[in-house]
Design a protein around this ligand. Structure first.
Ligand code: NCD
Length: 298
């Protein structure tokens, strides 16, 4: 594995191997772990906001002993009109083993891969509405930790599916793991035009007997103002409330990639409740990203 730009580049065995590597690195002594990527350099370029993804890649790299540079895009020469390609080629000339890139434009990571050839690893930290493969891996890992085998599960995903790279990469990842029982529900105009999952006609029909419920934020930044649903009424029609949670299996887990909008897509009582694994996702995000970096660079 040289790049990590699309979850569809992986098969079931690759994903299971990354799960094993996640556990192995977690069990390793701090001292031994800190030698794994000694001498390696990573550069992070985030053209969109991020808390979880950026910080967890940084922690993962540092815990493995790599050097990580956060390129300050707001103060970089892209503001002087330099193209992304020139910026990347300039930074690559300084010497880096990998770029971690988040960009609003779908396909940016694939582009970078094409521009930089085989010299540098490209890690996609989210491109437009297309892919967010490290999020898919941490979500799959979290599901597997709770439920074991992923294939027989029923998974329901709610909200703005159309603009969510988290949803599209998770749907792809679930299918790679053999899980095909995937329901979607949300405002009709925020459902994808094409999907291998089932678009349901009500929250109840999507959630009934589900093992996993995934809630998503409305991606206001990716839609016209006229497309934005009325957020005051959103919880009532589309959000996960304690009553709606009862439709799912009694041991169902509740997931959210963050950032959450409390009392919009999810009631606080559910987000902070016993079935929520939202902070576990964040925790697992550091460990699964260690595995990704190790697999690419060690
Ligand atoms: C998501 C993203 O950036 O796609 N956040 C994340 O990486 N955890 C989801 C979102 O922004 O809603």
């Amino acid at each position: 594995m040289k790049h990590f730009t699309d979850i569809n580049d992986l098969d079931r065995e690759d994903i299971l191997r990354l799960f094993q590597l996640t556990d192995k690195l977690q069990a390793m002594s701090d001292k031994k772990r800190a030698k794994q990527l000694r001498g390696k350099t990573l550069m992070q370029l985030f053209f969109e906001n991020s808390t979880r993804t950026r910080v967890s890649f940084e922690l993962a790299a540092k815990r493995l002993g790599a050097t990580l540079i956060n390129v300050d895009i707001a103060h970089s020469s892209t503001n002087k009109g330099e193209t992304l390609r020139d910026t990347l080629e300039t930074l690559a000339a300084m010497g880096t083993d990998a770029f971690v890139i988040r960009h609003a434009q779908s396909g940016t990571a694939e582009q970078a891969r094409h521009w930089l050839g085989q010299n540098v690893s490209i890690i996609n930290a989210g491109d437009g509405t297309a892919q967010h493969p490290s999020q898919a891996l941490l979500d799959l890992y979290t599901i597997a930790r709770h439920k074991g085998e992923i294939a027989p599960l029923k998974v329901a995903i709610f909200g703005d599916i159309k603009h969510s790279r988290v949803a599209s990469s998770l749907i792809d990842g679930l299918r790679i793991m053999g899980c095909h029982n995937i329901n979607l529900f949300g405002p009709r105009h925020l459902m994808p035009d094409e999907t291998p999952a089932l678009i349901m006609n009500s929250f109840a029909n999507a959630a009934r007997d589900a093992d996993v419920l995934v809630m998503l934020r409305i991606q206001k930044e990716r839609m016209a103002e006229t497309e934005t649903p009325n957020l005051d009424q959103y919880l009532e029609f589309y959000g996960l409330t304690p009553e709606r949670l009862k439709l799912a299996k009694s041991d169902a887990i509740v997931m959210h990639p963050g950032p959450m909008n409390r009392e919009v897509e999810i009631a606080s009582e559910v987000a902070d409740g016993p079935q929520s694994v939202i902070l576990e996702q964040v925790h697992n995000g550091v460990h699964t990203r260690q595995a990704i970096l190790h697999q690419l660079l060690a």
